[in-house]
Design a protein around this ligand. Sequence first.
Ligand SMILES: C[S@@+](CC[C@H](N)C(=O)[O-])C[C@H]1O[C@@H](n2cnc3c(N)ncnc32)[C@H](O)[C@@H]1O
Length: 399
Amino acid sequence: MLSRFSALDGLLRHTQPLWQVQPFHHLRLPWWQTHPALCEALAALALPDLQALEQDEAARAALLWPLVPEASELAALCHLPRLPSTLPPPAPAHVPGRKWSQIWAFAQQLGLAAGRGPGHLLEWCAGKGHLGRLLARQGHSVVSLEWDAELCLAARQLSTGLPQQAVQQDVMAAEATGWLAGARQAVALHACGDLHRHLIRQGAAQQVASLSLAPCCYHKHAHEHYQPLSQAAQASGLPLNRRLLQLPLQETVTAGARVRRLRWQELSWRLTFDALQRDLRGENSYLPLPSIAKGLLVGDLTAFIDWAAQTKGLILPAPLDLAPYQQQAQERLAQVLRMELVLGLFRRPVELWLVLDYALYLEEQGYVVSLGEFCERPLTPRNLLLQAHRRADSEAGGR
Ligand SMILES: C[S@@+](CC[C@H](N)C(=O)[O-])C[C@H]1O[C@@H](n2cnc3c(N)ncnc32)[C@H](O)[C@@H]1O
C-alpha cells in the first residue's frame, strides 16, 4: 500500500499543473508552455471528435499517453484486482436493478458465514437498507443506520420478519459510536465523504473487527482543505481542496446518450452565459454559477440566461441577441472538452490516492487492508472496495 501510495503521490505532485486547472476559467489551453505537443494534438480535435472520445477509453489512451509521459504509469498504479462475483438473481421488488447488482456484488465480498460470531453487522448510511436486507436474508443480525425518517420507515416496512433493525440515526452523532462498539463488522456502500471517513476513524477507535466500504462523493461535508488521515498522506502535502475532491466524480462512464447530450447542452448554455457576462460586466473573468435545477435544462436557452442573470444580479439589455455568444460558446465547449480529456487521466489516480490514504490509516491502526474493484465500472464508477480486518483477528484466522 505504502509503495503504491508513494509512487502515485509523487506522480500526482509532479503533474499538478495538468489536473488542477478549472476549464471554465481558461479561454485557451493553459499548457502551451509546458506541453506544446499535447496542446497541438488537442487543438487539432474538433467538437465531434472530442465528443466521440468521451466514450472511447482506448482511443483516449492512444492519443494522450504518448503526450503525457506520466499517464501510463498512473494507469498501471490504478490497476486493482477485479473481485470475482456471480451474476445476481432477479432484483427483488422495490430495489432498482442497477442498485441490486451493486449490492449483490458488494455482499459477495464480505466473507461472512451465516450467524457467525457475537455482535451485529452495522450498515452505515443505509438508505432503504437494501444491502442490510440482503445480509439479513442470509441469516445475519443487521442494524441499519440512516438519518432520513422516510428511508428508515421504508427500510422497516421492507424488513418485516427479518433480523434487520432500521435505526434513525445521524452517523456523525456521538450515539452512533455505541452502535459501532457492539458491531462485529461495519459495511458502508456509498456513504459520502466525511460520513465514510468518520466510519473509518470511529470504527478503528472502537476496534471493530472488520470494516468494508465502497466510498463515494469524497467532497461531501469535507473541510475546504482535505485533512488526510494517514501519516504518509499528511507528510505528502498534496494540496487537495473540496473542488479537487470532486474530480473523481466528474466522469461519464455510466451516462447514457441522453444524459451526455444534456451535459453538453448545459456546458454550452453556461458558456453562452459566460461570454455574455464578460461582455456585460466589461470584465474578462469567469463568474461561477450554482448548480441548476434539471427542469431548467429541458426548457430553452433564454429561460436559462434569465435565471443566470438574475442569480448574478445582472440586468440584461433588451432586445438581446444571443447568437454571437452562442457562437463563442461552441468554440469554448470544444476547448473545455479538450481540457477535460486531460483531467480524465487523473480522476482515478486522485480517487485512489484518497482511498490509499484511508487504507494506510487503517494499517496504522492495526488492520490488515485489501483493495479491489467489486464490480465493473459501468455498473458504478464508485466500485472501489476497501476491506480491513483487525490484525489480531486476522492472524487468529478469523474475520
Ligand atoms: C448515497 S446514499 C447510499 C445509500 C445506500 N447505502 C445505498 O447504497 O443505496 C447515502 C445515504 O446516507 C444518508 N445519510 C446522509 N447523511 C447521513 C448522516 N449524517 N447520518 C446517517 N445517514 C446519512 C442519506 O440519507 C443516504 O440515504
